[in-house]
Design a binder for this molecule. Sequence first.
Ligand code: FO1
Length: 307
Amino acid sequence: MKSLLICGGVGGAKLAYGFYNSVHHDAFDILVNTGDDFIHLGLHVSPDLDTVIYTLSEEVEVSQGWGRQNESWNMLNELKTLEGDTWFQLGDKDLATHFIRTSMLNDGKSLTDITAHIAGKFGIKSNIFPMSDNLVSTFIKTDRDILSFQEYFVKHRCLPVANDFIFKGSSKAKLNSKINLNDYDNFIICPSNPFISIGPILSIKKINDHLKANKDKVFVISPIVDGDSIKGPTAKIFRELGHEPSVKSVAEFYQDYATNIFIDNKDSEYLKDLNNLGFKVFVDRLVMKSKKSKVDLAKSIVEYLSR
Ligand code: FO1
């Protein structure tokens, strides 16, 4: 049995870590959002790919969920002195990743090959695939302005009210050519933000069509627990778009793509609503704070998949 994890940043990386530490590394591949990639200070930064790589290799700064642990900030401090742009924090160790990615891209290598190179150097055995080798850039239409993803997420700390999302380049983007969707027995939509982390992946036609045509093989892990986001602005965005932040809204979002959903124990009151929406529901503990909780969740997902 082989699974494809469809993954954003921090939440998705935690579940991928659970899988990596409970099943064989060949039993799953990870398809990662690159809609929040951007060029910063001349460097190509791929935050979600790096978050997955750092998390799986236990190099991530656990308290924030992104970046390297035991990081130093010499470059950023010097940049501040020179009055450079310091709103996006690039640590010294993390910088090396962006340098190698940028220089390999300039040498004509694909993001897929570069990601495999970097993941290999971090000792990771599972496949980590960027969703596409073509550039897809997420923009958020807000009450103030149209903001690029990192402007919205980091510079404005998700404060502007979100109205809509644009995935620039997605109509022409090809799904990663290393992915053969027919190879997978099931698809796990990780507990990442549906709008800005999973949305960019679903904006690529080939995977969008495949999930819709294979809904019974698609398992959503809710990013909302007890009316709130596990992390980040998911609940806030649901509210801004006029929906209650609940597992029911998550199910409605994915209704065309999936017939299976994992919800937290705290949300079992929604069981009937979800059944009425056509979902088979699995109730478990979805909050992944410790290594054990990540592994436990992955194990129980695998157990359900093998039934
Ligand atoms: N997130 C922040 O909230 N502030 C930052 O300064 C920041 C820097 C950063 C640098 C490298 C990297 O890989 C991720 C970084 N992130 C930062 C996280 C990133 O913005 C988000 O995790 C994702 O883009 C959303 O999944």
